[in-house]
Design a protein around this ligand. Structure first.
Ligand code: 6GU
Length: 229
């Protein structure tokens, strides 16, 4: 998968070189290109923002550097998806992560300040599938950390990135429920025992217990997940 990232803080993405994402890069499973938006400015101060038309607080990112940067990212590609992290977007879910993990080319445009000139989205939508995507109902200063989170969720779903594909199946949100609690040795720790059913060797009972734990936990902390569909 090819991944382009446009940002004014390229250094944030140095963290892509470690852990699971770093291995995926090294193995050639993902080809990541981080692009500095300021490389597409042409004034001495490398200006990327300006005051909003109509007034209001904060600054808006200017369209011209974005146009150039996205032109470069979208050169010689077919059928890319361009994602703009934004608290005004659709909510990022495991299902969207899975969908995006099947794409061949993702482009992330990281906005800062109060946002990007709306014409950038409109202009990009003529050439590519554009999605505004939010991590949830809170505000980050910019899209960079959100993109790191999305990339981790997306890339681990690409076949060959996570060593044991079975570990992808039995985790939170894959079946609409939160995951069950897990235990390892020793059998007693600080006076706390591992639930005896897990030591029973009875796989049917273990599966039933785990499912029951998933349902109870979901009802307790995320009842909204049970309401849907
Ligand atoms: Cl994707 N971006 C920003 N700037 N803030 C957010 C977000 C994204 N998701 C939640 N808050």
């Amino acid at each position: 998968m090819r991944i382009d990232i446009v940002t004014i803080f390229p250094a944030i993405f140095d963290a892509l070189d470690v852990s699971l994402l770093g291995r995926a890069k090294q193995n050639g499973i993902v080809d990541v290109r981080v692009r500095d938006l300021r490389d597409h400015t042409h004034d001495r101060h490398r200006t990327v923002d300006d005051t909003p038309y109509g007034g209001g607080a904060g600054m808006v990112m200017k369209p011209e550097p974005w146009g150039e940067a996205l032109d470069a990212a979208l050169e010689r590609t077919d059928d890319p998806v361009v994602i703009f992290p934004s608290p005004a977007g659709e909510v990022f879910t495991q299902s969207l992560a899975r969908q995006l993990s099947e794409e061949r080319h993702l482009v992330f445009g990281c906005g800062r300040y109060e946002g990007i000139d709306q014409r950038v989205f409109d202009d990009t939508a003529v050439r590519a599938r554009v999605r505004l995507v939010s991590l949830g109902d809170y505000v980050l200063n910019g899209g960079e950390v959100a993109v790191m989170a999305m990339l981790e969720a997306i890339v681990r779903l690409i076949p060959g990135v996570v060593g044991n594909p079975r570990s992808l199946v039995e985790e939170s949100h894959e079946d609409g429920l939160l995951e069950y609690p897990t235990y390892t040795k020793p059998p007693v720790w600080r006076g706390r025992e591992v639930p005896p059913v897990l030591l029973s060797g009875n796989h049917g009972e273990i599966a039933r217990w785990r499912r029951q734990q998933q349902v109870e936990r979901t009802r307790r902390v995320r009842p909204d997940l049970l309401d849907e569909d």
